[in-house]
Design a protein around this ligand. Structure first.
Ligand code: PLP
Length: 416
């Protein structure tokens, strides 16, 4: 669709990059604006009274506007720049969580959370002596809404849920989850790491009280991401970190905090990263998120169907239509890491392992899966290279085709 826009891919025409769920390649526009920022407007923002510093400040502010609007948010004070999803979720769990969750309260997550949206809540529950509840999946790999409903009570303070699973691609019904959570006054935290690059996201329409995302998965730079929050929640939160820029007055005994968003952004910010992320948002907007989704859906369906038709291959997660651009699979008799090595020799880059989702893989009864994930630069040729590589690996390892193939619609998740 857009391969020529990506310098690394243009430089390596035979590379089949199928690991965008881990990180996405960067379009030239993102690299260009970062370089331009360093060459024309670089200084520490907010601190200097000189023109160059003002220019850096303006670049940062403009980036905040652009990125906020990408998620349907007009008030830039609602966007806190962070290093990425992990930091955003830790920020919420530490700053909001510690000040709102008490002994006997309940925290609800789902079985398919990435460790970044599982462990901070688990640890908060341990620290606050709160109950930690896990909503299970249906056999088809979708969120079991009835089970989730049964876990939500008047003691539920927070429901933390991925918008899209990085391990099996499931798209979760966040608006329905939010309605259930809000009915008992709970706060909804959405891990948007895998939806921000692939789906049109309107944070408020989703019902997310907090929404976390990573720039590097959207074609933006590494080391920048964000947390969008409801204004009232951000206002009442204590700071996450303390230091420069986030203070108003520092007395010998007491300190008062700066206004949003600065209160939650201690220290020198990653302005070049923010500028690059804004360029990535603009790039995706120009393609159109519905076009991005349609393209990835087509490739995901094709890859799922082609892989599932190979004897011994099992594809996990819901049917490709209910999945974002992720195809997670196993090959009977072949470890996912061995498969990834063979594919690498054929210049096909996939991920193998537990995908930082051990609670999910444990429930699926597999230690690891192979995962191919798609973005705007992939095409049918990448799918063909993947399928050819799997067939070649089966031949090399003499892998027995004794596992029944998954249905063309995508096999059910197996629970161990
Ligand atoms: N949540 C999900 C669903 C992810 O896929 C990832 C990264 O793979 C993360 C959180 C963590 O993102 P980051 O490493 O950019 O902080």
């Amino acid at each position: 669709m857009r391969r020529a826009d990506f310098p690394l891919l243009a430089r390596h025409p035979d590379l089949h990059y199928l690991d965008s769920a881990a990180t996405a390649q960067k379009p030239a526009v993102v690299l260009d604006v970062e370089r331009t920022f360093y060459e024309t407007s670089y200084a520490n923002p907010h601190r200097g009274a000189y023109d160059l510093s003002t220019r850096a400040t303006e670049c940062y502010q403009e980036a905040r506007q652009v990125v906020g609007r990408f998620f349907g948010v007009d008030d830039p004070r609602r966007l806190i720049f962070t290093r990425g999803t992990t930091e955003s979720l830790n920020l919420v769990a530490a700053a909001w969580g510690r000040s709102h969750v008490r002994a006997g309260d309940e925290i609800v997550v789902t079985r398919l959370e990435h460790h970044a949206d599982f462990v901070p809540w688990q640890q908060l529950a341990i620290e606050r002596r709160a109950a930690f509840r896990i909503a299970e999946l249906t056999p088809a790999g979708e969120l079991d809404l009835d089970h989730l409903r049964s876990l939500i009570t008047p003691r539920t303070r927070v429901v933390a849920v991925a918008h899209v699973s990085n391990a099996i691609g499931t798209i979760l019904p966040v608006a329905e989850v939010a309605a259930l959570a809000h009915a008992v006054g709970a706060v909804v935290v959405v891990d948007g790491a895998q939806s921000a690059p692939h789906l049109a996201v309107d944070v408020d329409a989703l019902g997310a009280d907090f929404f976390a995302f990573s720039g590097h998965k959207m074609g933006g730079p590494m080391g920048i991401g964000g947390l969008i929050g409801r204004r009232a929640l951000l206002e009442e939160m204590p700071p996450y970190q303390t230091g420069g820029d986030m203070i108003e007055v520092v007395g010998d005994d007491r300190t008062s905090w700066n206004v949003l968003p600065h209160k939650l952004e201690a220290g020198t910010p990653n302005v070049a990263g923010a500028v690059g992320l804004a360029a990535a948002c603009t790039y995706l907007t120009q393609i159109g998120m519905s076009a991005v989704r349609a393209h990835e859906r087509r490739l995901t369906t094709l890859a799922s169907d082609r892989l599932a038709a190979i004897p011994g291959v099992r594809v996990y997660g819901p049917p490709a239509g209910g999945r974002s651009g992720v195809v997670s699979f196993t090959v009977a008799g072949l470890h996912a890491h061995d498969l990834a090595t063979i594919l690498d020799q054929r210049q096909v880059c996939i991920r193998a392992g537990h995908h930082c989702a051990q609670p999910l893989l444990r429930s699926m009864g597999v230690p690891a899966t192979a995962r191919a994930s798609f973005f705007v630069y992939n095409d049918e040729g990448d799918v063909e290279a993947l399928v050819a590589g799997v067939l070649a690996a089966q031949e090399i390892f003499g892998a027995p085709a004794d596992d029944p193939p998954a249905s063309a619609a995508g096999a059910a998740v197996e629970h161990g």
